[in-house]
Write a protein that binds this ligand. Structure first.
Ligand code: 2P0
Length: 324
């Protein structure tokens, strides 16, 4: 059978996904909205091969075993059953993420795998079907099927939970400037973190209701190119998501003192007329939603606060492509 290669870019949520209404099918509690990024992507090649006795998976040239390997085999089982084939597969994946950016993401990984594996299995899936398939690998991957601004409609089951494009070609000035914070706290993976928070934070349902109430306002802000409203809503939504973690029992926190220094710097910059808003995911790095025209000033202020800090600027990027 023929080998296929797919490229998918990672995405950062402006309205977050943080919890599952259904763990097995990965149906989220919130509708989330994201921006796909140009600079970070995964290339994945898949070939089904009757002579293999088990799936062979490598990431950046290293064999992938244990939990991550099993997740991919389960995903390939899903593809095999859809295509009605039994052959094992060779999967070779390369992450293109600037060293130390700390943005390696299951979103680009499972979106690229959905594209390459379904093509290699002879399936011709629509983008909606690809989004549903990618979702079953990792929730945020459902959004990386599309470029630009994307909405993952939470739905109620496998058929109804998938992403749609809002604006695939982003023709206005918006970027994410990632501030790489190295003092990593104890790692808690997002799957376990969101489950624990959902089960134990008394504020969890409040966060869900608030997030879902922001879907239409966020769609409107994107359609109107309203940077200020978009930034304000995204920052509040991220901070409220992190507040559910610090109010879980026992509590946990992805943010460090350095993360908070950057969040405060964003507030100070806004007071001087530079529009910057912060968003954070399952780690200490802060992504500054900003305009390219302000990059130099933001970098200068950051360097004053944290000499030698690493930053990576990412602009809106494209959706999933089969490259071979
Ligand atoms: C998001 N995150 O919306 C949120 C915000 C992290 C914080 O999606 O369990 O790796 O594989 O569905 O997609 C990270 O969670 O979790 C994530 P699973 P996933 O981007």
């Amino acid at each position: 059978m023929q080998a296929y290669t797919a490229r998918a870019h990672t995405n950062i949520a402006l309205l977050k996904y943080w919890g599952k209404a259904n763990q097995t099918e990965i149906i989220p509690t919130t509708t989330s909205i994201s921006l796909t990024l140009d600079e970070f992507y995964t290339d994945t090649t898949v070939q089904f091969d009757e002579t293999l006795t088990e799936d062979q998976v490598s990431l950046n040239g290293q064999a992938l075993t244990g939990n991550s390997g099993e997740k991919i085999t389960r995903f390939l089982d899903d593809v095999r059953s859809m295509a009605n084939i039994s052959a094992k597969a060779s999967v070779k994946s390369t992450n293109h993420v600037p060293t130390a950016a700390g943005l390696a993401s299951s979103a680009s990984a499972f979106a690229a795998l959905a594209g390459a594996a379904s093509s290699a299995a002879g399936l011709e899936l629509s983008k909606t079907e690809l989004s549903r398939l990618a979702r079953r690998g990792s929730g945020s991957a459902s959004r990386s099927i599309y470029g630009g601004f994307v909405e993952w409609m939470r739905g109620v089951d496998d058929q109804t939970s998938f992403a749609i494009p809002l604006t695939e070609q982003v023709d206005w000035d918006i970027q994410l400037l990632t501030v790489v914070i190295n003092d990593q706290p104890k790692k808690i993976d997002s799957r376990g973190g969101m489950q624990h928070t959902m089960a134990t934070s008394p504020f969890y349902q409040e966060w869900v209701d608030n997030t879902n109430a922001l879907t239409v306002p966020m769609e409107n802000a994107i359609a109107a190119h309203d940077f200020t409203t978009l930034g304000q809503m995204a920052e509040a939504n991220a901070l409220q998501m992190h507040a559910t973690n610090t109010t879980a029992c026992p509590p946990f926190n992805y943010l460090t003192d350095a993360s908070w220094d950057v969040i405060q710097l964003a507030a100070q910059l806004r007071q001087t007329g530079i529009e910057v808003y912060a968003t954070m995911d399952a780690g200490p790095n802060v992504k500054l939603i900003s305009k390219s025209t302000d990059t130099d000033q933001i970098q200068a202020q950051l360097q004053q606060l944290m000499p030698n800090i690493t930053t990576v600027v990412a602009t809106p990027g494209p959706g999933l492509k089969i490259v071979k």
